[in-house]
Design a protein around this ligand. Structure first.
Ligand code: PSU
Ligand code: MN
Length: 328
């Protein structure tokens, strides 16, 4: 099997860190990790490229260095140049959705991987980046108590000390059980300027969180304390979608119900022996439902998605700067 040589020499850890990210890390500067599944599997081209570039620009404007993470020709990369970012966006789902369990296989086969939250956290921590911005994380799926479909994002948060800035989790998931599971995993869950855990497209979920934070400095102090005590577990900072971009909860919920029906997503069908014959199983469920919700809401969910990712980038960059100042 022939493949192109890696564009940058990976360090002894097997990870290629871009010169800009390396310099920022060496000087204790602010760095923000970004995932690539959202680019390859979460949004269509060219909106995905446009969003990825705007998110990187927002991080820079707010004083931090962006580090998008993906596996290119079998080499995990932290920090992509504009050509690599463009290739990622154009390739879309040709890049394999790569969670923690998939990393070794993608690397061993010299493949291209779009990292999910779990895999992105893993690589961010490996190179020393404590802050990671995304849109939404995975969680406990509806009927998860029967199917055991629980995203590896949650177990990664339990064992990797990276702070993830997200807009909460989508209501395609079981939000209450997701929060219970995070508690079991020992994950600090903080809601930003609200007492309620946000549900991605909407500001509210009906679920209260035990910790409220009101400023980037307050977030940085929690991350700093987590690091100093070597707790070893992650932090989830949930930032609600900006009010003016929030989608209608009713419209979203009916689109979710419709897509669950299309995927024949019910406890009985999921547990039947026909389960493995179904087209939409395992890690294909999240992208399928997200895509159907986008179509069924006439694209309004995509606009909300883009707006909230940008808002998270703004907040995440400010937290990264505050953390870098605390460490000086
Ligand atoms: N939720 C979203 N948008 C996303 C994802 C989740 O609202 O793009 C992606 C993230 O990369 C997340 C992954 O880590 O899906 C979770 O997939 P799964 O449910 O298969 O664990
Ligand atoms: Mn799953």
């Amino acid at each position: 099997m022939s493949r192109a040589p890696p564009q940058e020499d990976p360090s002894p850890t097997g990870v290629a860190v871009s010169p800009e990210v390396e310099a920022a890390l060496a000087s204790g500067g602010a760095v923000v990790a970004l995932e690539s599944t959202i680019i390859c599997h979460g949004m269509p081209y060219p909106k995905n490229l446009q969003t990825a570039m705007e998110v990187e620009a927002i991080v820079r404007e707010n004083g931090a260095v962006p580090a998008t993470i993906a596996i290119l020709d079998g080499v995990p990369h932290v920090g992509l140049n504009s050509e690599q970012l463009k290739n990622l966006a154009i390739s879309g789902s040709q890049f394999q959705k790569t969670a923690r369990r998939d990393i070794a296989q993608v690397v061993a086969s010299g493949g291209n991987g779009a990292t999910t939250v779990s895999a992105t956290m893993f690589f961010a921590h490996k190179v020393g980046i404590p802050i990671f911005v995304t849109g939404g994380i995975g969680g406990v799926h509806r009927y998860g108590e029967k199917t055991m479909d629980i995203s590896s994002d949650l177990t990664e948060l339990g064992k990797t000390p990276v702070a993830v800035i997200s807009a909460g989790v989508k209501s395609i998931l079981d939000i209450a059980r997701t929060l219970e599971y995070l508690e079991t995993q020992g994950v600090t869950v903080a809601a930003y300027r609200t007492n309620e855990f946000p549900a991605f497209f909407t500001e509210t979920s009906g679920c209260k969180v035990p910790c409220r934070v009101d400023s980037p400095e307050e977030c940085a102090k929690i991350i700093y304390a987590n690091q100093n005590m070597h707790l070893g577990s992650g932090i989830l900072i949930a930032v609600p979608v900006p009010k003016q971009h929030a989608a209608s909860g009713k419209v979203i919920e009916s689109a979710i119900q419709q897509s669950l029906k299309e995927a024949e997503y019910s406890p009985n069908s999921l547990l039947s022996f026909l389960f493995l014959d179904k087209k939409i199983i395992g890690n294909a469920i999240t992208p399928f439902i997200l895509d159907r919700v986008k179509v069924l809401t006439g694209g309004s969910s995509l606009e909300a998605n883009i707006a909230l990712v940008k808002n998270n980038a703004l907040t995440g960059a400010k937290i990264a700067v505050a953390l870098s100042d605390l460490r000086k």
